[in-house]
Design a protein around this ligand. Structure first.
Ligand code: BGC
Ligand code: CA
Length: 290
């Protein structure tokens, strides 16, 4: 297996790089350093990465249709527009044993966001859907680390990862209402030392899965067959997203925190934002309608 051709968009530095999301309106990539409590915006035209600190660990940053950015802090969604970003939708805000984690918007602009158990073991977390009026609906319960999620090109299939299950699951999804049914296994991720983390879907319906602890990504065909492997020189690959004007660049986030000196020496790019030519067009990031 050979290492994929990739470029370093932003050099190593993020403790827990995560949540890459393409903001088409500004042709920039939003991403976060969860544990560093930082929201990054990378501009491929200039190569500049601007960073904004937030008051607490930040699990995602997504563009809003009306402009601006919504972020996931441990107690829910906040607007990134002031020093103390106001809470607009509480999510498990009363709980001390969970925090928000990965999320994405569907084509209707509803924001789906999951939570995770801080002990990474207890099935006490859940997945929620936040509509344009900021109403919060519980979609799934009994998850442990709610992670990558996304939709098929038609919006009729919903992919979901609860990392410790080491599976990617798929549901039938009603694109009008967002209702899910018929959960089943899409793919088993049997890679030693790895769990599936974030995911992105391409225009052919291929599902790209980041392997946390697995030194790369996997692409599954729409029927769940393993179609290709992307090897990278960092162990903890956390998430991926299509970006660029033609949505053919795959942006990949990575994790640095927790590595010992020997591991850091072997993985100098841990914590970097990487970019590779996916060889296929991706689906767009949808903005939040709320
Ligand atoms: C979470 C991390 C977790 C990792 C692997 C990430 O989405 O934010 O805290 O360790 O997934 O499961
Ligand atoms: Ca994640």
């Amino acid at each position: 297996m050979t290492t994929a051709d990739f470029e370093v968009a932003v050099g190593a530095g993020a403790g827990l790089g995560e949540g890459p999301r393409w903001d088409a309106a500004s042709a920039t990539l939003l991403w976060v350093d969860i544990s560093g409590a930082r929201v990054h915006r990378y501009d491929p035209a200039t190569g500049e990465d601007t960073v904004e600190s937030v008051p607490d660990v930040v699990s995602l940053a997504l563009p809003r249709r009306r402009g601006g950015v919504v972020v996931g802090l441990p107690d829910g969604l906040h607007l990134l527009d002031r020093e103390m970003p106001p809470l607009i939708a509480a999510i498990e805000s009363e709980r001390a044993d969970t925090r928000t984690n990965d999320g994405a918007c569907d084509a209707a602009g509803r924001l789906w966001i999951g939570t995770m158990a801080l002990d990474e073991r207890s099935p006490v977390a859940a997945l929620y859907r936040v509509d344009s009026h900021l109403g919060v609906t519980t979609v799934l319960t009994g998850t442990t680390i709610s992670n990558g999620l996304g939709w098929s090109p038609s919006g009729r299939k919903f992919y979901f990862i609860d990392s410790p299950t080491r599976r990617v699951d798929v549901f039938d999804c009603d694109p009008e209402t967002g209702a899910l049914e018929n959960r089943r296994r899409f793919a088993a991720v049997e890679v030693e030392g790895a769990v599936p983390d974030g995911l992105a879907v391409d225009a052919e319906g291929g599902v790209w899965v980041a392997l946390h602890g697995g030194w790369g990504l996997r692409r599954y065909s729409p029927d769940g067959e393993l179609a290709s492997l992307v090897d990278l020189p960092v162990a903890r690959i956390t998430s991926c997203c299509f970006g660029g004007d033609d949505l053919r660049d795959l942006y990949v986030t990575t994790r640095r925190e927790g590595l010992d000196a020997g591991e850091l020496a072997a993985q100098p790019l841990a914590g970097a934002l990487l970019r590779l030519d996916a060889g296929v067009t991706g689906l767009p990031t949808h903005a939040f309608a709320g």
